[in-house]
Design a protein around this ligand. Structure first.
Ligand SMILES: [Cu+2]
Length: 194
């Protein structure tokens, strides 16, 4: 009896430990053909179903005649706020892919909000400033990031398994196969866009 309970206890501990170490952080680097780091590359794990927790409300700012960030990646069902924090009127519209919308012209200090449920790339414009341009990429899981100025990205809490990881930049997409092993190790992909 005592032996049995000890075995059961050992089994429980083993399970607990394997859960805690089998999730990994996936990090890597994206660069251009000249070897320079590329920012604003959307990175996400291509997964269907599973963990579908929505992200916190995200921000697509309008400031100094620009949308910021240039590329935003969110999980489907996430709300995005579009505040006008500039000194002039702006408009936000997206017609081509994904959800179609037009928020109309609105003045500084105002904000509008949209929930994105449709997967895919949304290309944003302002109808009075031709240079204003940004992307919202809607994916199925919270496993996503955007490369920073140093070209690096980080996706946390990825459970052990085999994954396809997508890298997207200005309409071009690359997919890499990544393995997260049971000891929580991953390869660190280096991706080049030409
Ligand atoms: Cu504008």
């Amino acid at each position: 009896m005592r032996l049995l309970s000890r075995a059961a206890l050992t089994g429980m501990i083993a399970v607990t430990i394997s859960v805690s170490v089998s999730a990994a952080s996936l990090t890597g680097l994206v660069k251009n053909a000249q070897g320079k780091p590329l920012s604003d590359v959307a990175v996400w794990v291509e997964l269907s179903g599973g963990k579908t927790v929505k992200d916190k409300p995200a921000l697509m700012d309008q400031t100094r005649g620009k949308f910021l960030p240039h590329v935003l990646v969110i999980t489907a069902g996430t709300m995005v706020d579009f505040p006008n924090n500039d000194g002039m009127y702006h408009n936000v519209f997206s017609y081509f892919n994904g959800k179609r919308f037009d928020l109309g012209l609105y003045p500084p200090g105002n904000s509008k909000r949209i929930t994105f449920t449709k997967l895919g790339v949304h290309e944003l414009f302002c109808n009075i400033h031709a240079k204003m341009h940004a992307y919202i990429v809607v994916v199925e899981t919270p496993y996503h990031d955007v490369t920073s100025k140093d070209g690096k990205f980080r996706i946390d809490d990825l459970p052990a398994g085999e994954y396809k990881v997508a890298f997207w930049r200005a309409g071009k997409k690359k997919v890499h196969n990544i393995t997260v092993s049971d000891d929580g190790k991953t390869s660190e992909p280096v991706v080049t866009f030409k």
